[in-house]
Design a protein around this ligand. Sequence first.
Ligand SMILES: Nc1ncnc2c1ncn2[C@@H]1O[C@H](COP(=O)(O)OP(=O)(O)O)[C@@H](O)[C@H]1O
Ligand SMILES: Nc1ccn([C@@H]2O[C@H](COP(=O)(O)OP(=O)(O)O)[C@@H](O)[C@H]2O)c(=O)n1
Length: 232
Amino acid sequence: MSETTPPPVITIDGPAGVGKSTISRKVAARLGFTYLDTGAMYRAAALFIDRLGIDSEDETALQHALATVSIELLPAPDEFSDVEVVLNGEKVGALIRSPAMSMRASQLSALPAVRSRLTALQQEWGKRGALVAEGRDTGTVVFPRASYKFYLDASPEIRARRRALQLHAKGEEVDEKKLLEMTIARDRQDMERPIAPLVRATDALLIDTSDKTIDDVLLVILRVVESGLQPG
Ligand SMILES: Nc1ncnc2c1ncn2[C@@H]1O[C@H](COP(=O)(O)OP(=O)(O)O)[C@@H](O)[C@H]1O
Ligand SMILES: Nc1ccn([C@@H]2O[C@H](COP(=O)(O)OP(=O)(O)O)[C@@H](O)[C@H]2O)c(=O)n1
């Protein structure tokens, strides 16, 4: 029996607010790949669990509930917008993007039942076509054999500032000091969890975006991908 080659996958991981979504959307648009926002799936799962009021310690109840949950990602209308997230038929985009939901998603994403279900759903996406996947563990756990892997980084201060500007542009009130504290706390939580922690894959290219524009970062990634230099 002949094995078919899986579609190509590019992974882009990194801490909160570093530019993963912005860059991934652009890379996907340039290459004609599908953009997979795995963080949006963790956010939707957190909302789902909280709405049901499941005890997060109850692994069996979590597994049972998550077995049938439907989390769809609809393509963003343009390369500047977030993907629309449909949770069991309901559009929940506006509900899952708040700083409070970011923290909640981070807490619940440490649970084994949540990780195993979402990882499986993400790997299904990988079978359907070429992907740019972004999150925390896309290069380490979800797609360890990805064709190209990138890890974006920048100081917490720079990331909190970018996030503050982003929320401000949406007309939201922002306490930048609090945002910085939350960014640091969330990174620590994501990096210190035992399962699929945020860590650079040994074969991922590290890009420090602190002094780079969005276009600079895009160019670095496209150069690597188009030159075919990074082995999968
Ligand atoms: N290199 C960069 N320079 C300046 N701003 C950036 C850069 N990369 C991303 N941004 C901005 O930072 C904010 C957060 O980016 P986003 O892509 O949402 O991060 P993430 O998906 O990693 O949380 C957005 O407003 C985005 O436009
Ligand atoms: N592959 C992923 C993606 C997100 N997550 C979790 O989901 C949370 C929200 O992810 P996100 O990518 O939407 O967050 P931002 O980086 O956009 O702020 C993270 O803080 C992680 O705890 C994860 O555990 N694994």
